[in-house]
Design a protein around this ligand. Structure first.
Ligand SMILES: Cc1ncc(C[n+]2csc(CCOP(=O)(O)OP(=O)(O)O)c2C)c(N)n1
Ligand code: SF4
Length: 477
């Protein structure tokens, strides 16, 4: 006797805990294709035994709450940015099975560029593209994929070629690129087509497990609420109005396992290793540099001032020197549109461990080149941290006893050396003296590598050393 048992996939949570009550069902409308698709994905994850290494990069759209349902790793990307986020995750964690789940507004409109480039790079990720021809979440606006003639809240007379342009076919568009390994379009219209969708979902995930390259599955999916049709008619609606515009077919089916982006170790035929964590390589000294000569552990440094003061350059020089010492480094600049006189700052992290996020909200050190920088960042310095102020332009420092405050008249020092432009190097020298972050020779070696002229190199050396002496004097005063 056969026993047929219906149960929820193990890759779904037992209860869908979310605010607003019913924890037994999803929030999708009756007849919506999202539920069906997510079931197919969950089943495939179960069957392949990849739940512990599956990572969903979710969209903005009706399925934004998918993370309440699927019990896998998840990241919510900004609207349309899932392929870029997935790229980062996959490159950092090659053993993970990373998949994007995106609507047509998310993928084809605001995220159009992201998907094109991820596909073109042939990222080793899987993308599920839920095309319901409309913006469901926001109440039924026209999407790039809305068929001609369809009435939406933003095309109330029906989409026309003349006014809104024709619908965009993403599979066909991506198939013009060499990067993708697998592209297929399926539809949720009846049991037979649902089984084809199931097969495509499984193939797209298996491709990634086997390291075959970028896989893209477009699923024509009903949205009865957005289309304003009864749920029982929605599948026929897909068949009648969408399938003629978006033909169901395989557009590409290749094995790109020997062409994956660098850094991904896929032994041909053997698949992606199942190891939990990739080995962390030992830091190696680049030619001409040395390993870990500075004494820094974890540093979250913000440098801030006016555009033109060399704030970003000082941060970059420190970053370059730190890299030569084998430290993990991130550097993010932020500046106004003006080339001179606007505000500029950068966040710099130096660490002996991999850095989780480059953003800094609580710096351990602040180098303030001007007074506005004090108002903007000084309150956020961590207790025990350092405020290094350019006394030439910073007249008031905060009354904080829990941080170390050092003031250096860097403009005057640099001017005495013959070049006021070296103010930033004077500040950098003082910072090196006070923190021991990086050896000054590592920074100078980086300058040499980048082709700095000998005269300029010497001038930078003198400015850095003058800053170091000024820091010692300021500490003794
Ligand atoms: C930056 C940004 N722009 C616009 C929005 C508004 N918004 C939310 S969801 C959405 C489109 C959703 O449509 P789709 O991707 O087709 O998914 P569906 O809801 O149909 O599943 C838009 C435009 C937003 N949240 N963020
Ligand atoms: S609005 Fe459309 S896409 Fe969104 S949940 Fe309802 S049926 Fe699904």
């Amino acid at each position: 006797m056969w026993e047929i048992k219906h149960s929820r996939s193990a890759s779904f949570y037992d209860r869908f805990e979310r605010k607003g009550g019913n924890t037994e069902i999803t929030h999708y409308c009756p007849g919506c294709g999202h539920g069906v698709m997510q079931k197919l994905i969950a089943e495939a994850i179960d069957d392949f035994g990849i739940q512990d290494r599956a990572i969903l990069v979710g969209p903005v759209g009706c399925s934004i709450f998918m993370y309440y349902y699927l019990d896998v790793g998840n990241i919510s990307a900004s609207h349309g940015r899932a392929p870029a986020v997935a790229t980062g995750v996959k490159r950092a964690r090659p053993e993970a099975v990373v998949f994007c789940y995106q609507g047509d507004g998310d993928l084809a409109a605001i995220g159009g560029n992201e998907i094109l480039h991820a596909a073109n790079r042939g990222e080793s990720i899987t993308v599920f593209f839920i095309n319901n021809g409309i913006y469901g979440m926001t109440g039924g606006q026209m999407a790039p994929t809305t068929p001609l003639g369809q009435r939406t809240t933003t095309s109330p007379r029906g989409r026309s070629f003349e006014v809104e342009g024709p619908p965009m076919r993403m599979c066909e568009l991506l198939a013009t690129l060499d990067g993708p390994a697998y592209i297929e379009r399926v539809a949720l219209t009846n049991a037979r087509q649902n089984m084809r969708a199931r097969k495509a979902v499984r193939k797209a995930l298996r491709n990634q497990v086997e390291g075959r390259g970028f896989s893209f599955v477009e699923i024509l999916s009903p949205c009865p609420s957005g289309w304003k049709v009864p749920p029982e008619e929605a599948n026929r609606w897909v068949e009648k109005y969408m399938v003629p515009v978006f033909p169901l077919q395989v557009f590409r089916d290749l094995d790109h396992s020997d062409r994956l982006p660098k850094g991904i170790d896929v032994s041909k035929g053997g698949g992606i290793p199942f190891a939990a964590d990739p080995p962390v390589p030992a830091a190696e000294a680049p030619e001409g540099g040395s390993v870990a000569r500075g004494t820094i552990g974890e540093e979250a440094l913000t440098l801030s001032g006016f555009g033109g003061q060399g704030v970003l350059f000082a941060g970059m020089a420190l970053a370059e020197g730190a890299m030569r010492e084998g430290l993990e480094v991130t550097w993010i600049p932020s500046y106004g549109p003006e080339m001179r006189g606007g505000t500029a700052h950068c966040h710099l992290r130096l660490s002996r461990q991999p850095i989780a996020s480059p953003w800094i909200s609580r710096p351990t050190s602040l180098i303030a080149f001007n007074q506005p920088s004090i108002g903007k960042f000084a309150h956020a310095i961590q207790p025990g941290g350092l405020l290094l102020a350019n006394a030439s332009m910073v007249k008031e420092v905060p009354d904080r006893k829990d941080i170390r405050i050092v003031r250096i008249p860097s403009y005057e020092i640099a001017s005495e050396l013959g070049s006021a432009k070296s103010t930033n190097m004077v500040m950098l020298g003082a910072y090196l003296e006070l923190t021991g972050a990086v050896d000054q020779e590592s920074i100078l070696a980086a300058f040499v590598e980048k082709g700095t002229r000998p005269g300029m190199l010497e001038s930078n050396r003198r400015a850095i050393e003058a800053g170091r002496r000024a820091a010692v004097e300021a500490e003794q005063a």
